[in-house]
Ligand binder design. Sequence first.
Ligand SMILES: [Zn+2]
Length: 121
Amino acid sequence: MHELSLCRGVLQQVTRIAEAHHAIAINAIHLHIGPLAGVEVELLERAFPLVSRGTIAEHATLEVTRSVVTIYCAKCGNRCEPKRLFICNSCHSSVTELLSGDEIRIENIVLKKRVQTDHVH
Ligand SMILES: [Zn+2]
């Protein structure tokens, strides 16, 4: 399952970030996923608790924002959310460049850090 390996990849990345910040847990993970990324968000959300069990992200809430497809038109310079895929809304040219819509991006994560305590002996 594609979503399962994607989950593992995300988990690896956030674990590295958490360790670099000396966090003891990850409270939340916020992802941006475009409609062209080929990800079933429901499957991803279902896979996450399975993959994160026993890890630093075990109790993290997974928040997914679905981003939109935007294109840049090389003919008229228009940037838009195309009504028809890859077709410019204003001049109907198909000479366009995909600006967003195929991304799987970790937007931010919320880390839990150890509470600082003074040790007095
Ligand atoms: Zn155009």
